[in-house]
Ligand binder design. Structure first.
Ligand code: GMT
Length: 372
């Protein structure tokens, strides 16, 4: 098949999923054309059958807020013609699905099929904002197929938009080989035998509750010798630093800024903290589990579909930092518990979320929209 993929090119789960999907589709013999404003971060080279097409952004005094959606639609239509695309698969409804529907109108002779994958905030925050709700509702109804990354997100979509569209749940995925781990967490040999590494990885948006990460960590240090590695950057980074200073743990917390290579970074973690306000799936929780790292997270959104409470980690109500700290100490203070959770986490990730299982589910959607 010949598939165009559009996603956000910056750090974020939807871009990661879209890019890895495109690369795996190409490995499986499909032609994949990425169309975006810049090269998606995980597209470090162009493997066989993969192309990248940059949307032209022009400057003109009248265009105070550049109409990106229109430029994207034009580019999608042009690329579809040149590459004879059959499908435009957009990751995030706003504005990509709207652009894809416009592109379809520009080149009607191609009879392009539109597949929209909902990733979360396009439904829970952005898309349901009154400024976007009518258009989000329309693009969901008018796409040839819609997928959501969790059952939670599918239900949210029905509740918030009242749409009738069939929505397929297709979970996020990992590469089990990339996430292989040499030394399990919580066992010697270690450089500092008594020091545990707690990790958080995100874009530090308010929805991630990074101040809670630091609060949980500060409570953990009352029982255990530990350090916290905060990977990523975003609007609440300064808040997290301030809370670390206020709670007297700043010297135990490292803020790395944005780093690539999540699988390698997770090799150093004993535990992942993800106390988000909401999370349609929680890709980083899955990545941690694939690396054998137990997760302590909020019991919210799609996270219970990823983290099995008491088996691959623990879930607690949003904001309940005491409970989350208690779970973290429970895991880290007993190597047997930690290793049991670690093995179960890796097993769940590879049994259910291996890309070999998930990518064919997207192919089945493509086959279906093409009427095969
Ligand atoms: O979490 C973010 O802020 C980034 C966002 C995105 O659009 O990249 O992530 C969303 O999509 C990911 C991939 O499907 C999911 O794993 C995240 O849970 C989801 N984020 C939220 O729902 C807050």
């Amino acid at each position: 098949m010949r598939i165009g993929i559009t996603c956000y090119a910056t750090h974020g789960g939807s871009g990661v999923v879209a890019t890895e999907l495109g690369k795996h589709l190409a490995e499986r013999g499909h032609e994949v054309a990425f169309v975006s404003y810049s090269t998606p971060l995980r597209l470090t080279d162009l493997p066989p059958r993969v192309s990248f097409h940059e949307v032209d952004i022009i400057e003109y005094p009248l265009l105070k807020n550049f109409p990106y959606t229109l430029a994207l639609a034009s580019k999608m239509a042009g690329v579809a013609q040149i590459r004879q695309l059959q499908i435009l698969h957009v990751h995030y409804a706003i504005p990509f699905a709207a652009a894809a529907l416009l592109a379809k109108l520009i080149v009607p002779e191609l009879d392009l099929k539109i597949v929209t994958t909902l990733h979360g905030t396009d439904v829970t925050l952005v898309g349901s904002n009154p400024s976007f709700k009518p258009v989000t509702t329309m693009v969901i109804e008018q796409s040839d197929a819609v997928t959501a990354v969790s059952s939670f997100l599918k239900e949210q979509t029905y509740q918030q938009f009242g749409v009738k569209k069939d929505i397929d749940v297709i979970y996020n995925f990992i590469d089990p080989v990339r996430h292989g781990r040499q030394i399990p967490p919580c066992i010697p040999p270690r450089d500092c035998p008594d020091e545990f590494t707690l990790m958080h990885i995100s874009n530090f948006r308010p929805v991630k509750r990074v101040a809670d990460v630091v609060r949980i960590f500060a409570l953990v240090t009352k029982s255990l010798s530990a350090r916290l590695v905060m990977i990523g950057d975003g609007p609440d980074a300064s808040l997290a630093m301030q809370v670390a200073r206020e709670l007297g743990v700043a010297d135990r917390v490292t803020f790395t800024g944005v780093l690539d290579g999540v699988a390698d970074l997770l090799q150093a973690a004993d535990l992942l903290l993800l106390p988000s306000e909401t999370e349609s799936f929680g890709l980083v929780a899955l990545e941690a589990m694939a690396s054998g790292v137990p997760v302590v997270a909020s019991d919210v959104g799609g996270l219970p579909e990823v983290v099995e409470h008491g088996v691959t980690g623990f879930l607690a109500p949003v904001g309940d930092v005491d409970q989350m700290a208690e779970y973290a100490v429970r895991i880290l203070s007993d190597p047997a518990t930690c290793q049991k959770l670690s093995k179960a986490a890796r097993k769940r990730a590879t049994d259910l979320f291996d890309y070999h299982i998930i990518v064919p589910q997207y192919e089945a959607v493509y086959e279906q929209v093409l009427g095969r």
